[in-house]
Write a new protein. Structure first.
Length: 182
């Protein structure tokens, strides 16, 4: 397994071993191409009838990039990283988001980074969202979605535009600690 990419699942779904994927993409010169071109190469070699071939092609491209050291685990195609954390709480989504907003509003900063402007909230039919842009150039978002009978809620944090794997670990710990406060 390449971190984040289960090569056994890719092989089973695409009917091509991971070693074959590496050889096919190497022969096509993928190591010298950007992510989108590698994904296109992989997509063009997916078997007929495969459900969601674009998704599998992305997985192949990311795994290939990680295998060849072109991308670190967790790194996005633009070179940045993201951190995530989640927790399920025993209350409806509206209440859970209200609790999150109270907790976030009470903070002057987020692990040393201040909000550039007040956080925003929004909702869709399934989820509630809280978003903030931080003065370190990163963005964080929390989503709340009811689980099961609606008396439990999964809160998920996604923090984007991080600069390094060390930043990922730092922010994961920060967000896990904040979620634990709920």
């Amino acid at each position: 397994m390449i971190r984040g990419q289960n090569t056994e699942a890719i092989a089973a779904a695409t009917e091509r071993s991971w070693e074959d994927w590496l050889a096919v993409l190497d022969d096509a010169g993928a190591a010298d191409r950007p992510h989108a071109a590698i994904a296109e190469l992989a997509a063009s070699r997916m078997p007929e009838g495969l459900e969601n071939p674009g998704w599998w092609a992305q997985g192949v491209a990311i795994g290939y990039e990680q295998h060849h050291g072109l991308r670190l685990p967790g790194q996005r195609s633009d070179g940045t990283f993201h951190a995530s954390a989640s927790r399920t709480v025993a209350r409806p989504a509206d209440e859970a988001m209200e609790d999150w907003c109270r907790l976030a509003d009470a903070r002057e900063d987020f692990d040393g980074a201040a909000a550039e402007e007040p956080p925003t909230t929004s909702r869709t039919a399934r989820r509630l969202h809280w978003r903030v842009r931080l003065d370190d150039g990163t963005r964080a978002a929390v989503s709340a979605e009811g689980v099961g009978d609606g008396e439990r809620t999964r809160l998920a944090v996604d923090h984007e535009r991080l600069g390094s794997p060390a930043d990922v670990e730092r922010w994961k710990q920060f967000w896990k600690a904040r979620l634990a406060e709920l």
